[in-house]
Design a protein around this ligand. Structure first.
Ligand code: NAD
Ligand code: MG
Length: 390
């Protein structure tokens, strides 16, 4: 057998992190874990270190790294425990063949950039990197010879539908969206939606933040921006279509009238296995579709009145510059406030729109620019949350 691929997994305790480890477990001898990171769940990270014996493990400042290091030593493990942002950057640039960027939110930007600058193959789940600084991140990918392999299911589907095709013949990229749990909820009930209801996605099991983003359809808006950079495609050639069954994960339409699609059960292990094993294919642990038993596949246009966050994100995508960044930062603040019950579901859009209105179209040219603009936008959004919630 060939040498195992060495994997640094950033965000090992999250939803994507866990699915990644499930796929890796299904391929004994094929992968070796070189680094694992978790922000707060140190017991979980300890158990994963015992199982995978990585060279390094990284925890957030809230966790006592020394205590974790001692526990690992008692188990005779040589894993070195690092802490905080610097530890994450070290993990991302560590001797490995691929880095899985699965930290949620803007916190994932710096380590993703560190992996890109180390010229790694980066399995990109953290969509925020391209949303906040797409032009800058893609220039860094070029400059350092890194390779981005999309893990987001829609982008992974498009990546598969583009492979081996003539790029000049593409007429549209079509992103599918389930429409989330409130696709048919009467609009006058949306203000009373609870976090538990918003997190109960009909088809996918995901982290809390992205589940709420699916319920507002902000997630699809962020994905349009992600696709714009990942596939170097103008925004007006990217279309969103509602597909409540989440079986068709996205499509590419070609000039000759052909549309290619990628289909599977809605389970993130499918795109993760594709990216981990690329360019080969292997088991993901998910069964193939049984088409004759499948419920009918339906498609409809999104209603931008019902999903104003999608409209906002499409506006941000067209404006470029710091608009997507302001929107993303505001959305992280407003969703966190909604999850803490400080904001109503419908106030998420209000905070996002009012914050985005303060963007000025500045184009971030460095990570410092991105982080500075991000801090400004968060401050504005936090102020709005305070005003609205009292
Ligand atoms: P999650 O909340 O389940 O897990 C997030 C991980 O990030 C955890 O390991 C956590 O320890 C770590 N983390 C959180 N805050 C951190 C910080 N400040 N510093 C360092 N690490 C931190 O999130 P998830 O659902 O797995 O999503 C991860 C990323 O993948 C997101 O960008 C999301 O948009 C994207 N994504 C997720 C899915 C999905 O199905 N879950 C699908 C497509 C894309
Ligand atoms: Mg997605």
């Amino acid at each position: 057998m060939s040498q195992p691929k060495r994997v640094a997994l950033l965000g090992a305790t999250g939803s994507i992190g866990k699915s990644t480890l499930e796929v890796i477990r299904a391929h004994p001898g094929r992968f070796e874990i070189s680094a694992l990171t978790a922000w707060s769940r140190s017991d979980e990270l300890f158990a994963l270190c015992c199982e995978f014996a990585p060279a390094i493990a990284v925890v957030g400042p809230a966790v006592d790294a020394g205590a974790l290091q001692s526990r690992l030593r008692e188990r005779a493990l040589s894993t070195r425990v690092l802490q905080g942002a610097q530890g994450l950057n070290e993990a991302a640039g560590w001797a490995c063949d691929l880095v899985v960027a699965a930290i949620v939110g803007a916190a994932g930007l710096e380590p993703t950039l560190a992996a890109i600058r180390a010229g790694k193959q980066v399995l990109l789940a953290n969509k925020e990197a391209l949303v906040c600084g797409g032009r800058f991140f893609m220039a860094e990918v070029q400059a350092h010879g890194a390779q981005l392999l999309p893990v987001d299911s829609e982008h992974n589907a498009i990546f598969q539908c583009l492979e081996g095709q003539h790029r000049g013949a593409v007429s549209r990229l079509i992103l599918t969206a389930s429409g989330g749990p409130f696709l048919r909820t009467p609009s006058d009930q949306l203000a009373r939606i609870t976090p538990a209801q918003a997190c109960a996605h009909p088809n996918w099991v995901m982290g809390a933040k992205i589940s709420v983003d699916s319920a507002t359809m902000m997630n699809k808006g962020l994905e349009v921006i992600e696709a714009r950079w990942l596939f170097d495609c103008p925004v007006d050639k990217i279309e969103v279509v509602i597909h409540p069954q989440s079986i068709v994960h996205s499509l590419v339409a070609y000039r000759d009238g052909t549309t290619l699609a990628q289909l599977s059960h809605p389970d993130m292990r499918v795109p993760i296995a594709h990216a981990l094993l690329y360019p080969e294919r292997g088991a993901s642990g998910v069964a193939a579709l049984d088409l004759a038993r499948q419920p009918a596949l339906t498609f409809e246009q999104p209603n931008l009145q019902r999903f104003p966050c999608l409209r906002l994100a499409l506006d941000a995508a067209r404006h470029e510059g710091d608009y997507p960044l302001f929107l993303n930062a505001a959305n992280e603040i407003s969703v966190a406030a909604f999850l803490k019950r400080q904001l109503a579901f419908t106030d998420i859009h209000r905070v996002n729109a009012e914050t985005m209105a303060q963007a000025r179209g500045r184009e971030p040219g460095s990570l410092d620019d991105v982080l500075e603009l991000d801090t400004t936008a968060r401050r504005i959004a936090a102020g709005l949350v305070e005003q609205i919630s009292c």
